[in-house]
Design a protein around this ligand. Sequence first.
Ligand code: ADP
Ligand code: ASP
Ligand code: MG
Length: 403
Amino acid sequence: MALIVQKFGGSSVADAEKIERVAWIIAEKYSEGNDMVVVLSAQGDTTDDLLAKAMEINPNPSKREMDMLLSAGEQMSVALMAMQLEKLGLPVVSLTGWQVGMQTNTDYSNARIKAVSGERVRAELDRRRIVLVAGFQGVNSYDDITTLGRGGSDTSAVAMAVALNADLCQIYTDVEGVFTCDPRKVPGAVKLEEITYDEMLELASLGAQVLHNRSVEMAKRYNVKLEVLSSYVRKPGTKVKGVINVEQSKISGVAIDSNVAQIALMGLTDQPGVAFRVFRTLSQEKINVDIILQSSVGRSETKDISFTVARSDMERAVEVLKENQQMVGFKDISMTDKISKVSIVGAGMMSSPGVAALMFESLYDAKVNIGMISTSEIKISVIVDEKDAERAMSSIHRRFFEA
Ligand code: ADP
Ligand code: ASP
Ligand code: MG
C-alpha cells in the first residue's frame, strides 16, 4: 500500500455537492488501503472575498494581519471536508499548517517553507486516519501564521509529500491536466501526457497558473512523483517528472502572464555603474526585475533602460526611482501596466533551429507588435500590448500545435 498526498483546489471544493464528490475520491483510495494525506484550498472565491473584506476596512493592512485573515479560508475547507468524511463513516482529522509543523520564513504573504516536521501527521496515519491539511499556510519563528503566496496550496501538498516521503502527489483541479495552453482561453489546447519538471517550472513561472511555480521547484529538487488531474473527469492526467518518454515536440506549451508592468528610464549617462545604481535601488526595496532592455543607438552620451516588474510593484518602483533621481541620474521616467508577456516553453527548442522565427512569424500573422524579447535555453518571451495578448497566444498556439 502507498502513502498518497492529494490536493484539491478551490473550485473542486466550492460547495457541499463538490465536497461530497471529492470525499468519494479520497474514500476510494483510502479503502484500497492507502495512507491518505489531503491538502485543501479555500472554497471557490473565498480568498478573493476575504481580500475584498479587508480592503473595505483598511486598504493598507499589515501583511501579518492579512495572512491571519486569508488562512481562515483553508481552515474552513478542511473542517467541512472532515465533516463530510465523518458522515461517510471514515476516520478523519483536519489539521492547520501549524499543527502539521509547516515551518516557514517570516515573509508574510509570500512565505517560503523551511521545514515540515510532520510528526503529528505520521501519528494520525498510524491510527489509520485520513489526514486533511489546510493548504497555503504555515507558521514562522514568531509563531505567527504565514501564507505561501497566491496558488500556494500546491506547494503545501508537495512539501507534505517530501516530508512524508510519499509515493505519489496528486494535484486535482478543474481541468484534466496540463495543456499546451490555457484550455479556457484556447479551445484547441491539447492535454500533455507528460511534461518535465523544467518545462513545467517555466510554464508555471510564465503564467500557467495550473501549478504554483514553487511546488514544481520543490518537486524537482526532491524528485516527487507529481500528477495533475481533474476532480470531475476520471481520466489519466499529466505526469510531471524528470525524464519523459513521449517524443519531445519542439515546444511543450504557450503561456500568458498579465501580471507585468514596464518602466522606462530615459536619458541616463552612458557610463559604468549606471545599471548598477538603477537595479540596486530596486533590489533594496525587494522589487524583482524580469526583462531588461538597454539601448543607446544613435547617441554617444546617453542611454535608456527599460525593464519589467510585477504590476503590484510598479508604483513603488517608480516612486523609489524618482526619490533617487539625482543619484541614479536619469532625465525622464515612464511606466505602463497595459502590457502582457506571452511565452513559449520547450526543451526541444535547444536542438531545433527556427523556433524563434516561427514564433515571430505567427505574431506577424496576427499583426501583433513586439515590445521586448527575452530568451533562455528553453523559453522565448515577448512583451506585447495587453489587448493583443490572447490573439498572440492563439496565433502562436495554432502555428505550433494546430497545423
Ligand atoms: P485550483 O483552484 O485547482 O488550484 P487554478 O485556477 O489555480 O486551480 O489552476 C487551474 C487553471 O489553470 C485552469 O482552470 C486553467 O484555466 C489554468 N491554466 C493556465 N494555463 C494552463 C495550462 N497550460 N494547462 C492547464 N491549465 C492551465
Ligand atoms: N486559496 C489560496 C489562493 O486562492 C491558495 C490556493 O488556492 O492555492 O491563492
Ligand atoms: Mg491553484
